[in-house]
Every structure is written in C-alpha cells, then in structure tokens.
Design a protein around this ligand. Structure first.
Ligand code: PGA
Length: 251
C-alpha cells in the first residue's frame, strides 16, 4: 500500500514571521497530519525554523531544490547534506519553474536526483509537458525523456523510496488543473514505464503525485484516481486553511 503524500510547495513566499502565522493557523486547524505523509517545502531561509516549529508534530519538511556537489566553491548553492542536516526528508527536483526559468536540463536534474539519494533525501522528481507539447501530441515523449535521463543510472535498490510528480506545465499556477482522466492516464503510463524500466515491485511502491492547480475543490476527485498517490500543491498551499482542507480530503 502506498501512503498518500501531500506536499506544500511554497515557492518564493513567506518571511519568518509569515511562516510563524501560517503554522499557528495550520496547527489550530489540524494538530497532526493523520495517516498520510504531509510535507511543507518553504524557501531555504526558513527551513530550519519551520522544522523547529513542526518538531512536535508529524508534519514533514521538504526543500525546493539542491545542488549536486557535496560542498565547495558553488556560490549561492545548497547541498543535499545541509538539507538533511536541518531535518528535510524530501527534496523537489526538476520543478518546471527551475527548468524554464533557471536553465535546468534533464542532465542537471539527473545529477540532482543522484545527489538527493546519496544524501539520504527522498527526491520528488517533477516531470510534465508544456501546452504546445501536449497540443503536438508529444506529451508522453517529453515525459519519457525526462524520466529516462533522470533515472538512467538508478536500479531498483536506489528507488526504494522515490516520488515522481506529474505536473503538466500548462496547469501550474493557471487555475486550470488537468482533468482527473487526463492526470490518471499519465500516472498509469508512468507506473507502467517504471514496471518496464525497473520492475513491478518498484512500480507498485513508487508514489506518483499530481501537481498543477490542485486545490480543496478538486483534490478529493484527483486523489480518488487509482494511480494518483498524492498532490504537489503550489498556490492553494499558501493559505493554511485551504491546505488543511486538502489534508482533510485525503482518503
Ligand atoms: P500550483 O503549483 O498548485 O500553484 O499550480 C504547483 C506546483 O508548481 O508545484
């Protein structure tokens, strides 16, 4: 059985005091995450403090990015071991905003996935097609290329705890989520690909999240699909009450 996983991706939002207010509201709504895994990915600057604020709860910590080197002269970068050191369990890798705005390629994403595993973090590997790619019927080709490169050096034992997030780029921050059927189709294809590329056990174990305008109004229906194991939530996660509602909607 795959445990459901809900991840709040705060992106570049929230100062320390805003983080404090958020946690106050979230914990007054829901003291604990229940049976599912619920993680919050704040900016680097508040990771440590958020971890302290959530220390007595079962909410988990995630980072939004990492660098693939272990340490050294890489001004502005953060290593996976540093994220682990402040209590991170997960790290988002290859988010479409990093690919589109910060020049990340399938190759740099692959290095980051490998680094996350080396450093004891669970990668949340983001894949997804742009609108023009979907319209040109290239959706699966794009996703398969992203998966193929990111996982090319990995074997079943590397993938014991691994998360993939299907995030159609046209659905991110647009208010226009993929329909349940659209998401379910791709999730099934990803799982079948894992089964072919790795093995059936890994395919069954890997959690595949959906991301792209997920919100309280659509989360229950999305999570009701057989291959959707959780959600990566941007905009709606910035409102603690909405995020709490989505936690309550977990099956
Ligand atoms: P959104 O973002 O929920 O605001 O569409 C999702 C994401 O970028 O992970």
């Amino acid at each position: 059985m795959r445990r459901k996983l809900l991840v709040a991706n705060w992106k570049m939002n929230f100062t320390m005091s805003e983080t404090l207010s958020y946690v106050t509201v979230l914990l007054s709504e829901l003291k604990a995450a229940g049976d599912a895994d619920v993680a919050i990915a704040p900016p680097f600057t508040t990771l440590y403090s958020l971890g302290v604020l959530l220390a007595e709860t079962n909410y988990q910590l995630a980072a939004q990015n990492l660098h693939w080197e272990e340490s050294g002269a890489y001004t502005g970068e953060v290593a996976g071991s540093f994220l682990k050191d402040v209590g991170c369990r997960y790290v988002i890798v290859g988010h479409s905003e990093r690919r589109q705005l910060f020049g990340e390629t399938n190759v740099t994403v692959q290095k980051k996935v490998a680094a996350a595993l080396r450093d004891g973090l669970v990668p949340i590997l983001c894949v997804g097609e742009k609108l023009d790619e979907r319209e040109a019927n290239r959706t699966w080709e794009v996703i398969e290329g992203q998966l193929h490169t990111a996982l090319q050096d990995l074997r079943a034992h590397d993938l014991e705890d691994f998360v993939i997030a299907y995030e159609p780029v046209w659905a991110i921050g647009t208010g226009k989520n993929a329909t349940e059927a659209q998401a379910a189709e791709i999730h099934k294809m990803i799982r079948e690909w894992l089964s072919r590329r790795v093995d059936g056990i890994t395919a069954e174990r890997t959690r595949i999240l959906y991301g792209g305008s997920a919100k309280p109004e659509n989360s229950r229906a999305l999570l009701g699909q057989p291959h959707i194991d959780g959600l990566l939530v941007g905009g709606a996660s910035l409102d603690a009450k909405k995020f709490a509602a989505m936690i309550r909607n977990l099956p």
